[in-house]
Design a protein around this ligand. Sequence first.
Ligand code: GRF
Length: 225
Amino acid sequence: MKSIVILISGRGSNMEALLAAGLPARIAAVIGNRPDAKGLATAAAQDVATAVVDHKAYGTRAEFETALAAEIDRHRPDLVVLAGFMRVLGDDFVRRYQGRMMNIHPSLLPAFPGLHTHRRALEAGVRIHGCTVHFVTPSLDNGPIIIQAAVPVRADDDEKSLAARVLAQEHVIYPQAVRWFVEGRLFLGADGRVLLDGAGIPEGALLVPAPEQSGATLRALAESG
Ligand code: GRF
């Protein structure tokens, strides 16, 4: 059975979704870079091992990342899952876990990398927004896309309502991506392409939730051809 280490910085709702998903994998540890990350208590309450590698305790990013890598490697994970981990990671760290580290980002990448994605989506007036799980490569919020979910942006949306609609889908696609990986079906090919079951991206790697979850807008669009 493959094992996973999850990195968090705060609330940890994606981590919780992963713990609840009944994945055929061992969750070896949840590691936070902030001692007060709420998700650490949630994980501990479920008897998952937790650790803190506090970035503030290190003088440089390189020192922090050396300590973080040592803590991760102690658990010998097959996969490192960034679940709301809010530190930018250096190239050496990223290369160390190339092809076995994933991230979730609250936008339809490559649109809106970085922070405040929901506010920026509203400002840009996009009609479709969503979330992306990708393998992590050295450039920020970029990297081979594994799965995306799309949600409509409604006329009366504010940042909060849009974030909630996207987050509900994050909790669906992240467990799916991790499941593919731990089942040994998902790989990052040498050419940087994502392979599922030995081939390119399947239909299931785009999720457009049912109208009752995401509003009637998408259905209306589809029906009007
Ligand atoms: C999520 O929206 C995730 O996409 C982003 O940070 C947020 C973390 O939320 N990277 P949580 O800690 O998983 O609840």
